[in-house]
Design a binder for this molecule. Structure first.
Ligand SMILES: Nc1ncnc2c1ncn2[C@@H]1O[C@H](COP(=O)(O)OP(=O)(O)O)[C@@H](O)[C@H]1O
Ligand SMILES: [Mg+2]
Length: 255
């Protein structure tokens, strides 16, 4: 019997505010459109806002899960999972930030693997700091999506990180240029960016995806990619999201 194993993915950038969290949620919506079951694990331990974005009440979070994995013999992961809809679930970041530093890093791999055995896709949101948690995530996941805006500090920061990855011969990453987060920041040409990063830009989220009503969407916890009009209004970016999703699913996309 074939044991199911979903794909694990982390959107990462060495800078905050580039759109990691929002596009993690957007991608979850795209996987739902493809009929895939998704879990988002919020490992932005000090300031995770996935549950807040989705207006979900948190009874148990990743800290409780980690604590119980260390102390309870049989842990039923269902008790820590919050349902968003029929396709998307989440495990929330610690409600109490004082618990963030107490999450046992040694449990991260097990949590990701347990989720991968139950879901088609495991999406992980992290903080931009390259701390032990993020490192553990980046070393565990199947796919890393580096997200960057088109501005000098972002590109230079990502370039340093890519050099590090190349040194360690980690090759399981792709790069997303996010022009939607701040469409007026377009310092470099695409040619320049590729030259600085010494890497191709795998995907681009266009300026057209800049959402004027983002604050309202956040207040109403709307997953824009699930809106029926999304594929029509943002056709280009819809196709890009679909390409990212099918690349992640690889050969398993129709299973
Ligand atoms: N497509 C977009 N259009 C408009 N504003 C955006 C868009 N994506 C992100 N933002 C803005 O950027 C802020 C930071 O995004 P977020 O996903 O929280 O970044 P990160 O997780 O990388 O810190 C959001 O609060 C939102 O106001
Ligand atoms: Mg974030």
């Amino acid at each position: 019997m074939k044991i199911k194993r979903g794909k694990s993915v982390c959107l990462f950038s060495p800078k905050g505010g580039v759109g990691k969290t929002i596009n993690t949620i957007n991608l979850a919506g795209i996987f739902e459109v493809l009929g895939k079951r998704v879990i988002i694990i919020d490992l932005d331990l000090y300031s995770g806002d996935i549950a807040t974005y989705l207006n979900k009440k948190v009874r148990k979070d990743i800290y409780d899960l980690s604590l119980d994995l260390d102390s309870v013999v049989e842990v039923n992961i269902n008790n820590y999972i919050i349902k968003v809809d029929d396709y998307i679930d989440i495990i929330a970041a610690p409600v109490d930030p004082r618990c963030a530093s107490k999450v046992n890093i040694n449990n991260i791999e097990e949590i990701i693997n347990r989720c991968a055995s139950r879901y088609d896709v495991v999406l992980i949101d992290t903080n931009h700091a390259l701390n032990e948690i993020s490192l553990s995530v980046l070393q565990t996941v199947d796919n890393i999506l580096f997200l960057t805006k088109n501005e000098p500090l972002d590109i230079k920061g990502l370039s340093n990180l890519i050099n590090l990855f190349d040194e360690y011969e980690y090759t399981n990453y792709k790069i997303i240029l996010n022009n939607s987060r701040d469409p007026f920041k377009d310092y470099f040409t695409l040619f320049d960016i590729k030259k600085i990063l010494k890497h191709n830009i795998d995907y681009t989220l266009s300026e057209e995806l800049f959402l004027k009503d983002i604050d309202k969407y956040i207040m109403d916890s709307v997953i824009v990619t699930l809106d029926k009009k999304f594929s029509e209004y943002f056709f280009k970016d819809y196709k890009t999201f679909l390409t990212i999703a099918t690349d992640i699913l690889g050969g398993d996309s129709s299973e």
